[in-house]
Design a binder for this molecule. Structure first.
Ligand SMILES: *[C@@H]1O[C@H](CO)[C@@H](O)[C@H](O)[C@H]1NC(C)=O
Ligand SMILES: *[C@@H]1O[C@H](CO)[C@@H](O)[C@H](O)[C@H]1NC(C)=O
Ligand SMILES: *[C@@H]1O[C@H](CO)[C@@H](O)[C@H](O)[C@H]1NC(C)=O
Ligand SMILES: *[C@@H]1O[C@H](CO)[C@@H](O)[C@H](O)[C@H]1NC(C)=O
Ligand SMILES: *[C@@H]1O[C@H](CO)[C@@H](O)[C@H](O)[C@H]1NC(C)=O
Length: 377
């Protein structure tokens, strides 16, 4: 009799815990999970799974799902600078072209404009005071923007409001920016740079200095230029703590953001064999943490909530100082992370990791599917 009762007891115990899943982005910080594509929305394919309101102003995540064209300009925005907002452009699917150049060295003519064509997994990081503009290039593109600090998104909401008002684009308002009065854009930390001409000479996905797919993408120690990391061409770290592997591939750490945030990916091995079902180590971070799953399946458990099982596109947000744990329930589970400071989860994991070349974790902990090895017969 006992074995048949136990599952019922277990079910009753979990039913008392709250669900992590919410139907849309909350208006104040709390732990939550959102299904792919869920969250506050604006016209034009924009979804905000994390906002200033939901993250305590730590950061905003903006997913743009839209069509573009490689022959004409896709959706984008006139060249501009933010003085207080750091903005990262991460391509999840399709292709996005991003241009960038530091404003001061552009004016002094002492730097060279850079552009990259970002495919899935590629990122361009635009520090404060960097001129940038972008274009979506494929019919089914997803651009994931990370804007720090959170709250910048109010600009998009205001712009959407103005775009829908009669007379948008007339009488000194900026076409392409809805009905915005150019001289009032600075209120929103947007400074148009209309004399900036985006170069059109990219070869093999790049123009301007630095490596792309043709060499290692080293993270600089300053914010003097845009930062580019092609998928798996940036630094990687292998953490083997607690009987599992985590490959941390940072795009930016506190060193590139003056300690304001970090972003990158983690590739996680599951517990296999007798260890299947084991819990991950409990993490308690002094800064907010968000994950967006890319591959596999990730189970996230936050103190006081039922565990949530996330698949690609799903987002989980955990406020600062909130204990949580995560495990991969599929092989080669990969997710994009954002943390609200220079010393978040990635910092802790990299402090206990070794530098790692491969995009795969070692085979010894995989379930034998041959990851990381090509078998020739
Ligand atoms: C954030 O909260 C403020 C205050 O309640 C509200 O006015 C604003 O619309 C919210 N922003 C978003 C993007 O939901
Ligand atoms: C900027 O510098 C480049 C090379 O250093 C030079 O060829 C170009 O004429 C300069 N442009 C201006 C506007 O001074
Ligand atoms: C733009 O200016 C014209 C001429 O001054 C005026 O008739 C029109 O109402 C203005 N439109 C808006 C939206 O202010
Ligand atoms: C734009 O804003 C400036 C400064 O606030 C104001 O003087 C001007 O009248 C505005 N222009 C329009 C077309 O609303
Ligand atoms: C970095 O942050 C500190 C405050 O935390 C600030 O004083 C300093 O100006 C910032 N530096 C840059 C380059 O933004």
């Amino acid at each position: 009799m006992l074995p048949s009762i136990l599952p019922l007891l277990a079910a009753a115990a979990t039913a008392s815990a709250a669900s992590l899943w919410v139907p849309t982005t909350p208006q104040s910080p709390r732990p939550y999970a959102l299904k792919k594509g869920h969250g506050i929305k604006l016209p034009g394919g924009n979804t905000f799974p994390v906002t200033g309101n939901s993250s305590g102003n730590a950061f905003c995540i903006l997913n743009t799902n839209a069509g573009g064209s490689s022959t004409g300009l896709g959706p984008g925005l006139f060249p501009h600078v933010h003085k207080k907002t750091y903005e990262n452009f991460y391509t999840v699917k399709g292709r996005v072209q991003l241009w960038g150049q530091n404003l001061d060295t552009y004016k002094a003519n002492t730097s060279i404009q850079q552009t990259r064509i970002l495919g899935p997994g590629d990122i361009g990081a635009i520090p404060y005071n960097t001129i940038h503009t972008f274009s979506l290039l494929e019919p089914d593109t997803q651009l994931t923007g990370v804007l720090v600090p959170g709250g910048f998104e109010e600009f998009f909401f205001h712009m959407a409001l103005l775009s829908s008002s009669p007379g948008a684009g007339q009488n000194g308002t900026l076409p392409g920016a809805g009905g915005f009065n150019i001289s009032e854009l600075s209120k929103w930390d947007v400074y148009p740079q209309l004399d900036f001409v985006a170069r059109a000479d990219a070869v093999n996905g790049k123009a301007g200095p630095g490596n792309w797919y043709d060499g290692p993408n080293v993270l600089p120690d300053d914010m003097a230029a845009p930062i580019w990391v092609a998928k798996n061409h940036g630094p990687k770290w292998l953490n083997s703590e607690g009987g599992r592997y985590q490959i941390i591939a940072p795009f930016v750490t506190g060193r590139q953001t003056n300690g304001t945030f970090s972003q990158g990916t983690i590739t996680l091995s599951p517990y296999v064999g007798a260890e299947a079902g084991r819990k991950g180590a409990v993490v308690k971070s002094a800064v907010a943490t968000a994950f967006m799953v890319e591959e596999g399946q990730l189970e996230v458990e936050v103190d006081g909530f039922e565990a949530a099982s996330l698949i690609d596109g799903d987002v989980v947000f955990v406020p600062a100082n909130t204990p949580f744990s995560y495990v991969a329930t599929a092989e080669f589970t990969k997710f994009m992370y954002v943390t609200g400071g220079g010393k978040g989860l990635d910092y802790e994991l990299m402090a206990q990791a070794k530098s790692w070349e491969s995009a795969f974790y070692p085979e010894s902990r995989s379930s034998g599917v041959g990851i990381g090895r090509m078998v020739r017969i």
